[in-house]
Design a protein around this ligand. Structure first.
Ligand SMILES: Cc1cc2nc3c(=O)[nH]c(=O)nc-3n(C[C@H](O)[C@H](O)[C@H](O)COP(=O)(O)OP(=O)(O)OC[C@H]3O[C@@H](n4cnc5c(N)ncnc54)[C@H](O)[C@@H]3O)c2cc1C
Length: 257
């Protein structure tokens, strides 16, 4: 019986099990789906591999960087970034390029975006509002027009949560250093690499982002850890503030300690 049970074989759960087993501890990971990797998993359809999102890997932490290289070994490749946004049936380069934006949006829409941005700046100057939600944060930096037409849709589709329920700190972390003037500056001049969202090259597993987690799973299992898919944790039973047992769907039942 494992000393530690981890719920979910996404990047966090597998990283925890990887570290525990590396230091000789036992660990069991329970995963509800039939694949490991969580949101970063790779799916196969008719012989093709698909990732759920781009899953660029970029870190300033040397230890995490090394972990990525150690696990993937010969399966890590450096990829030149080509990110494009499909908006109103048109593809926009990301980072933005001025001609591409003007051609895609049209002069009239560009004017509306810039006016809405100007309005938001004046409103912030006259009566600054507290930034509590993702919506507040993005509207202040990009204006209401871009927020409504682009950020709101995109974010709610990807994360499945209304922007009014996502915190401003989360927006600040995801879109750090980026604002409408900054995006325009990056469009006009070469990106100097300072802006977090605009990295030009990134490391990637040869067979998709999920390959990292498949490999992590193998290493955990080689070290004696357990990664059990098709096992949903239904209930966590506690006693005196400590977790005593878990009710698991998919296998006959209960883990207890
Ligand atoms: C479209 C998209 C693009 C992204 N792009 C990037 C990117 O470029 N770079 C980047 O660094 N990050 C990116 N991310 C974010 C990244 O995917 C997440 O930060 C990461 O997957 C979080 O890992 P996690 O293990 O905490 O959670 P998750 O990946 O959500 O994993 C949680 C796991 O727990 C399992 N689980 C849940 N409930 C139970 C239960 N009751 N019992 C058993 N198992 C359970 C789930 O099935 C899942 O496998 C992106 C995310 C999305 C959606």
């Amino acid at each position: 019986m494992s000393d530690t049970v981890i719920i979910g074989a996404g990047p966090s759960g597998l990283a925890a099990a990887y570290e525990l087993t590396k230091h000789g501890a036992s660990a069991m990971v329970l995963e509800t789906s039939n694949k490991v990797g969580g949101l970063a998993r790779t799916l196969e359809h008719e012989g093709c591999l698909f990732d759920i999102g781009p899953h660029r890997f970029y870190t300033k932490n040397r230890e995490v960087h090394q972990l990525y290289l150690d696990i993937l070994a010969e399966d890590v490749v450096l990829v030149k970034r080509l990110t494009r946004i499909l908006y109103n049936n048109r593809l926009f380069d990301y980072p933005l390029t001025p001609l591409n934006v003007v051609r895609g949006l049209g002069l009239a829409e560009c004017g509306l975006v810039i006016s809405a941005y100007g309005l938001s700046q004046i409103r912030q100057y006259v009566s600054p509002r507290e930034e509590r939600t993702f919506e507040d944060w993005v509207t202040n930096r990009f204006g209401a027009r871009l927020y409504e037409s682009f950020f709101k849709n995109y974010t709610e589709k990807v994360w499945g949560i209304p922007c009014s329920h996502l915190g401003a700190d989360w927006a600040a972390q995801r879109i750090k250093g980026l604002s409408l003037p900054e995006a325009a500056r990056n469009a006009l001049f070469r990106n100097n690499g300072r802006v977090k969202s605009l990295i030009n090259e990134f490391l990637f597993p040869r067979l998709g982002s999920g390959q990292l987690y498949e490999k992590m799973r193998s290493i955990i299992e080689e070290r004696g850890g357990i990664v059990q898919t098709n096992s949903r944790v239904k209930r966590i039973l506690r006693e005196g503030g400590r977790v005593r047992s878990l009710v698991i769907q998919g296998v006959d039942g209960v883990w207890s300690k």
